[in-house]
Design a protein around this ligand. Sequence first.
Ligand code: NOJ
Length: 535
Amino acid sequence: MAAPNPDTWWRSAAIYQVYVRSFADGDGNGTGDLAGVRARLPYLAELGVDALWFNPWYLSPMADGGYDVADYRAIDPAFGTLAEAEKLISEARELGIRTIVDIVPNHVSDQHVWFRAALAAGPGSPERELFHFRPGRGENGELPPNNWPSQFSGNTWTRVPDGEWYLHLFTPEQPDLNWAHPAVRQEHEDLLRFWFERGAAGVRIDSAALVVKDPDLPDAADDDTTPYVDRDELHDVYRSWRAVADEFDGVLIGELWVPDPDRFARYLRPDELHTAFNFDFLARSWDAAELRASIDTTLAYHAPVGAPATWVLCNHDVTRTVTRYGRADDTGFDFAKKRFGTPTDLDLGTRRARAAALLSLALPGAVYVYQGEELGLPEADIPLDRIEDPMHFRSGGTDPGRDGCRVPLPWSADAPYAGFGAQTEPWLPQPEGWAAYAADRQAADPDSMLSLYRAALEIRRSGPGFGDGPLTWLPSEPGVLSFTRTDGPADGLICVVNLAEAPAGLPGHTSVLLTSGPLDDEGRLPRDTAAWLRA
Ligand code: NOJ
């Protein structure tokens, strides 16, 4: 396959997700920051990723880890300054790494000037029209205006002292914006320009399918999400965003929870978003038929719109990969299944995560790596009195929330707080034994997860057959996934993943490029192991 066209880098990119708060602490105060990221850019370059996606780094009261933005044009002081963000973007670019910022159009922080003005201005004011304010139901307006369920369990309406209610699909600190209002649309197009002008190469769009609401805000029947999910009017919004992005060759990436593949693909038409996260793949069990079905559907529904697929194993919202794949029920994204004390077999999970890494890096399209995945970090148990995630509190304490995948990274085994950089207790505690996962220790171990990721990304970057392009299944035993990444016979890549109990023979090849674990004495691929071969 030819070297990637610089204009279409996003069709094949390996994108590393940086959760700034937990990546590296540059000033030692216990919270990760931009100085920490800048100091670790050489690590990211050596890892071999093409782009960084930063979770929101803007001014925020952190009611939802920064997804409650008070000012998009300012960096939160806990992370640094706007000037530092600009430096970071250009320093990364010099190392060949692009930057993707996170925009959260569905809601703002309750501390955003717009919302403060709306509260102060009172019912019937133009300021309130930027949000969804409504009188309540019931004799005295004491009941919420409709019955919509929250994405985070609990209520979606909060009453303010003058008696009106406002809508928030997430926490009360995240009031939903009214996208029928032209000022809301204008502001977001200006924001896109603001960040593209500062060198961002792409934008990740948070909760992209929830943004537009049925203007009547009608009650929803059980399971009916049509008043607030995947509304047809959204396509018009993203078409205007695309026009802005095109001015800068910028890329739009949707966080789209739209289970119907046809409806999902509509967002990826040539004049809308460039790509979207493939949550279907993330939600599948470690099972050959399941994964193959997900791969086939993904490729089938992306093809007609000409968009590349993406592959995601983990992010800041879900259970870490090695923990998930070590569980009896390893489906990915059902928050309801997050429970305290769910048993896991970390050796098994790690073996599978290694194989899954080679699988996802070999599939056609772009791939995401969430910070710490390259270290094989497990989900951490956070002591109850240290949990910060509002999901935990809104579940009435039954759901541990998402902090367990957001723990500060271990960089050096022998340094305090495993080299996170903190001189004081980090914002989330690192579990015992965290130092064993430290990057410095893994860099020195050829069998570590880090060495596997480095080797795989290096081969993926420099060799033919990776990224965007066709996939052809090869005949294989049940429980074995085997495919090649070229149409023609010459120097194609073959990826084989054995999810069956019995060892699998390898298809004909000229060389073994990489395996996720040792082959057996007869040169066969053991269970839960993947291999990359040259045809
Ligand atoms: C999706 C983000 O990934 C998640 O972390 C956040 O809580 C919600 N959107 C609300 O912004």
